[in-house]
Write a protein that binds this ligand. Structure first.
Ligand code: UGA
Length: 439
């Protein structure tokens, strides 16, 4: 059992802290937000994540999980401090390291015994080296402090499972001491450990996320071609998926990837490459395809309807994917303003994303258009002349083809997630437009 501190209680930090406690370590999570710390002490999670609150409560009760604003005490006695603060994208596409640097300085000023700083935040290649320098410059006590890279591969909606049952743990260290300590911390997880140097570990994270983003953009590119040549992207994906060199996951064409990771990490690597004078063409193409793909649904609907003026439009799903209330880079946010601008009367449904969406578009009129939030897909569909599906929530998938026919004024559906069988929709009298498949 080790004494661990975790800096930042966002997705990465909180889930790391809770899962470390679940594996027997004594963990103190640090955050600067007093209210957040108070509620976390009561076992209430600031983020929606399956299974997280149960584990929080269990480990708080067991006395292994603590929350504090007092970073100095938390870092002082820690064997290792995990940094999980955000690295948001700057306007030029680079990663903003200000939070990581602030925390690193605080750690350097607080540690009173040998300590390993473990960077879990996604940071550009070379950042671990810079942070190590910064820490050694700012150290107050005569102790050994080293920096290790330990990228995080959890996905929102399955964060706890992805951490406790990760496919691999990647650790990037520059000394045997650091490698051994981190290996010991992860030993109770009983998972494969890939031990490399710091720069390679940093690159594994970007290369993994960016490869997945590329896979999605590739499928979207092929989907657009399928529409032109009369092929069906879902059949194509199935045919590809049996080849385990390709794999069966992340082959779903749709309206592009969103979220806090792929958009940011594709831009960050492309930016980093440019700093080295290299054109990372795969990422340039991935990013371009994705931004165009996000508007596909609006464009299809616009082409078919010509105008949205006064038309009742059901919008099903707002979040960037199911299982989260996160709207960052969600395709809905790219399409809804265009619909409103064109005078659409939107009835929107999302099982948990509505409160966040209201921060962008409050209920009521916006220019020519109007938006009303409803509690079920059925309420959104009643009397609608068109329906746009942005997220494949279970609640939305449960709507049957027949219901579109019965509830809508005109059963005209634009599906950005290819939820339905094309033939079944046609058999039920629904005019169905999806991605990369015949109408
Ligand atoms: C992603 C990665 O999957 C995680 O491994 C990684 O740790 C995480 O980023 C991170 O860097 O923190 P996440 O952004 O939570 O996780 O969500 P994903 O499930 O990967 O989905 C991202 C987007 O891709 C969603 O908008 C989803 O709809 C879209 N997607 C996914 C597709 O359009 N097609 C697919 O086949 C799969």
């Amino acid at each position: 059992m080790k004494n661990l501190a975790v800096a930042g209680t966002g997705y990465v930090g909180l889930v790391t802290g809770v899962c470390m406690a679940e594996n027997g370590h004594n963990v103190t999570c640090v955050d600067i937000d007093e209210q957040k710390v108070k509620t976390m002490r009561d076992g209430i999670s600031p983020i929606y994540e399956v299974g997280l609150e149960e584990l929080m409560r269990k480990n708080i009760e067991a006395g292994r999980l603590h929350f504090t604003m007092d970073y100095s005490s938390a870092y002082k006695e820690a064997d290792a401090v995990f940094i999980g603060v955000g690295t948001p994208e700057k306007e030029d596409g680079s990663a903003n390291l200000q939070y990581v640097e602030t925390v690193a300085k605080q750690i350097a000023e607080s540690v009173a015994k040998d300590c390993l700083i473990v960077i879990k935040s996604t940071v550009p290649i070379g950042t671990n080296d810079k942070i190590a320098e910064l820490i050694n410059k700012s150290l107050v006590n005569d102790v050994k402090v080293e920096v290790a890279s330990n990228p995080e591969f959890l996905a929102q909606g399955s964060a706890v499972k992805d951490t406790l049952e990760a496919a691999r743990i990647v650790i990037g260290t520059e000394s045997e001491w650091a490698e051994n300590l981190l290996t010991e911390i992860y030993a109770p997880f009983n998972l494969p450990i890939v031990s490399v140097n710091r720069r390679s570990a940093e690159m594994v994270k970007y290369a993994s996320n960016d490869f997945l983003a590329l896979k999605i953009s590739y499928m979207n590119d092929i989907a657009n071609l399928c529409e032109l040549v009369g092929a069906d992207i879902q059949d194509v994906a199935e045919g590809m998926s049996y080849d385990d060199r390709i794999g069966s996951k992340f082959l779903n064409a749709g309206i592009g990837y969103g979220g806090s990771c792929f958009p940011k990490d594709t831009s960050a690597l492309e930016y980093l490459a440019r700093q080295y004078g290299y054109d990372l063409r795969t990422m340039q193409a991935t990013i371009k395809i994705n931004s165009e793909q996000k508007l596909k649904l609006y464009e299809k609907a616009k082409q078919r309807l010509e105008t949205f003026e006064g038309i009742k439009v059901a919008v099903l799903g707002l979040t960037f994917k199911p299982g989260t209330d996160d709207l960052r880079e969600a395709p809905s946010l790219a399409n809804v303003p265009l619909l409103l601008e064109q005078g659409a009367d939107i009835y929107a449904y999302d099982p948990i994303g509505v409160d966040n969406f209201k921060q962008f578009y409050s209920e009521g009129s916006h220019g020519q258009g109007n938006i009303t939030y409803v509690d079920s897909p059925e309420d959104a569909l009643k009397g609608a002349a068109a329906c746009l599906i942005f997220t494949e929530w279970g609640e939305i998938k449960a709507v049957t083809p027949n219901q579109y026919k019965d509830l809508m004024q005109t059963p005209l559906v634009f599906d950005g997630r290819n939820i339905y069988n094309v033939q079944e929709m046609a058999d039920n009298g629904v005019e169905y437009h999806s991605i990369g498949r015949p109408v």
